[in-house]
Design a binder for this molecule. Structure first.
Ligand code: AMP
Length: 579
C-alpha cells in the first residue's frame, strides 16, 4: 500500500472556519485528514451545553471512583469491577505507550465481544490514539481499504474466530502497509506463548495497577477523534468516520437519556461491539458512563442469550430485527419471556410493525425503535410513546440540534409528509469522512449536510418513517452489502461475462443477495458454489456472499447503462425459492 499521508481535502466542510486545528505540533494527524465542524456551529454547540470539554474515555470511567467494587464488565474472558476496569485501561495505555503508540496514531481493532474490546479502545483514547473499530466479519477486501485510508500503527485481533485465522489476515495486511508494525493478538484458546512477531493482547489488557504515571491530555482539541467507526459500505468499501470527542460524548449522553440508563442498567451486547449501535447508542460506552454493567456475548444462540439475560439480570439490549425475530421465537418456545428485560432497542434495519408488537408481548419489555448511522444522526422512539408511534415510526431525532431536510432528486425540499432523501447535520453528525475527499463530494452537501441515501417521510408530529434506500444497497439482517462492489468481484471470474446483484426478500433476514450472471460460455455456466468460492478467495466477508444465482442471457439496462434493478428484483422474486 502507499505510505503517503492523507490526501488534501476537497469538501468545503474540511478546514472551514478559524478554529485552531490539530496538526503536527499537537501530535495529531494533519488537519487535511480531519473533517472539521465550522467554528460558528462548534461555538453554538458549546454554548447550548451539548459539547463539553470531556474526553470520551473519561466519560466512560467517570463513575469508576464512586463505585470501585461494582461489576463493570462481564465477558467470556472474565469479570471486571470498575476498579479493575480503570486499572486495566491505565495499564494497557502504559504498555501501549511503551510499544510506541502515540497520540494521534490509529489502531485497527477487530475483536469479538470480550474484555479486550472494552479495555483496548478506552486505553487508546486515554493515550489520545484512535481505535478504528472493525466488525469481526470484515475480511481482506474490506480491511485493505481501511488500512490504506487510516494507515494504522497496530492491529488488534483475536487469533481465531470460528475457523478464521485473524492473525494470518493481520500479517497479510501488515505486509502491504509500512506503518502497521504491531500485531496485538488475543489467544485465550491457544494458551501458549505469543508468536514471535505478535504481542499478547490479553496480557496487555490485564488490570495490574501501579506502573508509573500517564501523560495528562486535558480536554480534547477541536475535532480530535475519540474513535473511528466504519461506514456500512453502501457506496463501496467501508470509509473511516472520525467521531470527535465532544460530539461523540454528547451523543452517548443524549442516547443514554432516551434509553433511561442508570447505575442499575445491565446492558447486553450480543451484536458486534464494533458497530456504533452497540458501542455508543448508548450501548457499551453509555452504560459505563452511567455506572451500569456491560455483559458481552455473541449472538449465535437465542436460547443461550435468553438464559444469559436471566442469569445476569439484563435490563437493556440492542438488536437488529432478524435477531428480535429469533428471540421472540425462543421466548415462545420456552413459554415465557425473560423477567428482567426492560428495553429492547431495535435498529439497523426497519422492523415490521408486527414484529415490534410481538416483541413487546413475548419479551415482556418496552421496544425502542432506533434509526441512525455511523456518520451520526440518531432517531429514537421514546420509552413512553403510545404503541402506534413505536410500531409505526422509527422515532424522533435524539437532539434538538439535529437538522433534518427531506429533498427530491434535484435537492429541493419536498412538501411536508412526502417521501424524499434525508439530509442531516448536527452536533454529533460528522461533516466529512476521514481521508476520503472523493467520497465527501458525493456524500456531503456544500453546507455540511450528510446525504443519508435513505428515503424517508417526516410526519407532522416530528416522527420519521424510513421507506427504503435511494441506492440499492442490500440489507441482510442489518448488514449492508453494496451490489456494485459484489458485481465488480464477480465479473473477475473467468466464466462470467456480466453480473448484477439485487436484494430478494427473506422471511428472517429481511433481504438476501440474488446474483444474476451472464456466462461467457452458455454451455458451461458457473455454479453458485464456484462463485461463492471465488468471492471468498478474493477476501470478501462471508455475509456478503450471494445466496441465489440466476443464469441469464443478458442483464437488463435502463437509461445510460444503469442496471435495471427494479426489473431484476421483480424477476428474482418471481423466480421463487432459493437454490
Ligand atoms: P450503519 O452506518 O451501518 O449503522 O448503517 C446506517 C444505515 O442503516 C442507515 O442509513 C439506514 O439505511 C439503515 N438503518 C439503520 N437503522 C434503520 C432503521 N431503524 N430502519 C431502516 N433503516 C435503518
Amino acid at each position: 500500500m502507499s505510505a503517503a499521508g492523507p490526501a488534501a481535502p476537497a469538501s468545503p466542510a474540511h478546514g472551514a472556519g478559524p478554529a485552531p486545528a490539530p496538526g503536527p505540533a499537537s501530535g495529531l494527524p494533519a488537519p487535511a485528514a480531519l473533517p472539521r465542524v465550522p467554528a460558528e456551529r462548534a461555538q453554538e454547540y458549546r454554548r447550548r451545553g451539548w459539547w463539553l470539554p470531556e474526553r470520551v474515555d473519561r466519560l466512560a470511567l467517570r463513575r469508576a471512583a464512586e463505585r470501585p467494587e461494582a461489576v463493570a464488565v462481564v465477558a467470556p474472558g472474565g469479570r471486571l469491577t470498575y476498579r479493575q476496569l480503570a486499572d486495566a485501561v491505565a495499564g494497557a495505555a502504559r504498555r501501549l505507550a511503551r510499544l510506541g503508540v502515540r497520540r494521534g496514531d490509529r489502531v485497527l481493532v477487530q475483536l469479538p465481544n470480550d474484555v479486550e474490546l472494552v479495555v483496548l479502545p478506552l486505553a487508546l483514547m486515554r493515550l489520545g490514539a484512535h481505535p478504528v473499530m472493525a466488525h469481526p466479519a470484515l475480511r481482506r477486501y474490506e480491511l485493505a481499504h481501511v488500512v490504506e485510508a487510516t494507515a494504522p500503527v497496530a492491529m488488534a485481533v483475536q487469533r481465531r474466530v470460528g475457523r478464521f485465522d485473524h492473525a494470518a489476515l493481520a500479517r497479510h495486511l501488515a505486509a502491504d502497509c509500512p506503518s502497521l508494525r504491531l500485531l496485538l493478538v488475543a489467544d485465550r484458546a491457544g494458551g501458549g506463548a505469543p508468536e514471535q512477531d505478535t504481542h499478547d493482547l490479553v496480557a496487555l489488557c490485564r488490570p495490574e495497577p501501579g506502573e508509573g504515571p500517564l501523560p495528562e491530555l486535558g480536554p480534547p482539541q477541536d475535532d480530535e477523534p475519540a474513535v473511528m467507526l466504519l461506514s456500512s459500505g453502501t457506496t463501496g468499501r467501508p470509509k473511516a468516520i472520525a467521531r470527535a470527542h465532544e460530539g461523540y460524548g454528547y451523543m452517548i449522553r443524549a442516547s443514554a437519556e432516551w434509553a433511561a440508563l442508570s447505575a442499575d442498567t445491565v446492558y447486553l451486547a450480543v451484536m458486534p461491539g464494533a458497530h456504533g449501535f452497540v458501542l455508543n447508542c448508548p450501548g457499551i460506552l453509555g452504560t459505563l458512563a452511567f455506572g451500569g454493567r456491560v455483559v458481552l456475548a455473541s449472538a449465535d444462540d437465542p436460547d443461550g442469550a435468553l438464559d444469559l439475560v436471566e442469569r445476569e439480570g439484563v435490563t437493556h439490549c440492542a438488536l437488529v430485527p432478524a435477531l428480535v425475530d429469533q428471540w421472540v421465537a425462543a421466548a415462545r418456545r420456552r413459554g415465557r419471556g425473560p423477567s428482567t428485560l426492560r428495553v429492547v432497542q431495535v435498529g439497523g434495519a426497519r422492523p415490521e410493525a408486527r414484529l415490534v408488537t410481538e416483541a413487546m408481548k413475548a419479551l415482556g419489555c418496552t421496544v425502542q425503535q432506533c434509526y441512525g448511522m455511523s456518520e451520526g444522526l440518531l432517531v429514537f422512539t421514546a420509552l413512553d410513546d403510545p404503541e402506534g408511534v413505536v410500531t409505526g415510526t422509527q422515532g424522533r431525532p435524539a437532539s434538538p440540534g439535529d437538522e433534518l431536510r427531506v429533498v427530491d432528486e434535484s435537492g429541493a425540499p419536498v412538501p411536508p409528509g412526502t417521501t424524499g432523501e434525508l439530509l442531516t447535520r448536527g452536533p454529533y453528525t460528522v461533516p466529512g469522512y476521514y481521508n476520503a475527499p472523493g467520497a465527501d463530494e458525493r456524500s456531503f452537501t456544500a453546507d455540511g449536510f450528510y446525504r443519508t441515501g435513505d428515503v424517508v417521510r417526516l410526519l407532522p408530529s416530528g416522527g420519521l418513517v424510513v421507506e427504503g434506500r435511494l441506492g440499492d444497497v442490500i440489507n441482510r439482517g442489518g448488514e449492508k452489502i453494496s451490489p456494485l462492489d459484489l458485481e465488480a468481484l464477480v465479473i473477475d471470474h473467468p466464466a462470467v461475462r456480466a453480473a448484477a446483484a439485487v436484494a430478494v426478500p427473506h422471511p428472517v433476514l429481511g433481504q438476501t443477495v440474488c446474483l444474476f450472471a451472464v456466462p461467457l460460455d452458455p454451455a458451461a455456466p458457473p455454479s453458485l458454489l464456484e462463485l461463492r468460492r471465488h468471492l471468498q478467495d478474493r477476501g470478501l466477508a462471508t455475509f456478503k456472499l450471494p445466496e441465489r444465482l440466476e443464469i441469464v442471457d443478458t442483464i437488463p439496462y435502463v437509461g445510460i447503462g444503469k442496471v435495471d434493478r427494479v426489473a431484476l428484483r421483480r424477476a428474482a422474486t418471481e423466480a421463487g425459492a432459493p437454490d
